[in-house]
Design a protein around this ligand. Structure first.
Ligand code: SAM
Length: 340
């Protein structure tokens, strides 16, 4: 699969994308956060604390200069997103409210989907006049209010959750719970209103299944009978489909990043698998070390990356070894028609 990379200012790269009618299905960006810092790197090891090291990238824009620059890029990004596409913007707690206003302005409040809290590190145990900060925010918007590409990645239950939600254990050691075999509402004419094994459904209720299906469930050992003869359906923990993801995520930053502020690859895996299809195009125009791009390629998506830092480009190239990556400004044909 052919991927694209633009080495330069992403505003120019985004204009090129629009001119070339290259549509994008999913965007993740992790721009500078207006920290007034220089981010440094030593021997391809991120080094944000010591004064030594070569520049990785500069985060000196502040206030309205920062917001104007970001607004111009968000506007250009919106232009290239397809109608079922979406965008995730990673931002810290100091800037999130400013950037949310910008996102409402550019994408429209009707396209706001989530403000995701990301736990980024372990709790901080140094004294200060305030609570420890171990989270940042990912703003999730779509291009349109309509249906979007969406494949939520269910999570397995924890051992504690299994113990709480499936309190019984069968003879084979399998954990299970039970649910009523009847539901509210009376069936006037139909098998689910009829007695099963001489038992009518309780007053005001109907059987969840016709008697023949109830017999099959019982024969398969999937009905638990109470001492008073009340039947309930057995549900095994091993057959649970897992939990739908919520808007608090635990994806700590890597312990030994190769690039300053490098993000957790598993977090990008979740975003890409949830909000794009195989074969789709994923854009990260603040690519840094290429975490988004590599995960996109790993899950069979085409990526478009952009970054203006030579250090980022060098580290991305090393990590992308073996992938088919072309410079965006030397590509004149792209085989996907523009849709949005
Ligand atoms: C926070 S880092 C991204 C880190 C990335 N998420 C990762 O996992 O490695 C932000 C990146 O945006 C790049 N950047 C900032 N302003 C840019 C611009 N105007 N055009 C292109 N890249 C830019 C910086 O060089 C830096 O590499």
């Amino acid at each position: 699969m052919e991927h694209l990379f633009y080495s330069g200012d992403n505003l120019d790269g985004l204009r090129l994308l629009a001119e070339m009618n290259i549509p994008v299905d999913l965007v993740y960006i992790d721009p500078p956060f207006a920290t007034n810092n220089e981010f440094l790197i030593d021997d391809d090891r991120a080094n944000t604390i010591s004064a030594s090291g070569r520049p990785a990238y500069s985060d000196r824009l502040r206030g309205s200069e920062y917001l104007d620059a970001l607004a111009a890029r968000l506007t250009a990004i919106r232009q290239v997103i397809s109608p079922t596409g979406s965008i995730y913007v990673h931002i810290d707690v100091k800037m999130e409210h400013h950037v949310r206003f910008l996102m409402d302005d550019v994408f429209g409040p009707e396209n706001f989907r989530n403000s995701i809290t990301r736990i980024k590190c372990n709790p901080k145990n140094f004294e200060r006049y305030g609570y420890g900060n171990f989270k940042d925010t990912i703003l999730f918007y779509s291009k349109t209010p309509g249906p979007i590409t969406w494949h939520p990645q269910r999570e397995p239950l924890t051992d504690d959750e299994v113990a709480r939600l499936y309190p019984f254990t069968d003879d084979n050691g399998r954990r299970y719970t039970t649910n009523p075999l009847h539901a509210p509402g009376v069936t006037e004419n139909g098998p689910t209103g009829q007695p099963w094994r001489g038992m009518p459904p309780p007053a005001g209720r109907h059987w969840r299944y016709p008697p023949r299906k109830l017999d099959e469930l019982d024969a398969a050992g999937l009905v638990a009978w109470s001492k008073t003869g009340n039947p309930r359906k057995i549900r095994y923990a091993s057959e649970a489909s897992g939990k739908l993801p919520q808007d608090v995520w635990l994806y700590k930053d890597p312990q030994r990043p190769r690039y300053p502020t490098q993000k957790n690859a598993r977090m990008l895996e979740r975003i890409i698998r949830t909000s794009s299809n195989s074969g789709d195009t994923v854009l990260d125009c603040y690519a840094g070390s290429g975490t988004t791009l590599l995960q996109a390629a790993r899950f069979n998506r085409r990526f478009i990356g952009m970054d203006n830092s030579p250090a980022a480009q060098r580290i991305f190239c090393a990590r992308a070894n073996g992938l088919d990556v072309h410079p965006l400004d030397q590509v004149f044909q792209f085989d996907t028609p523009h849709t949005g």
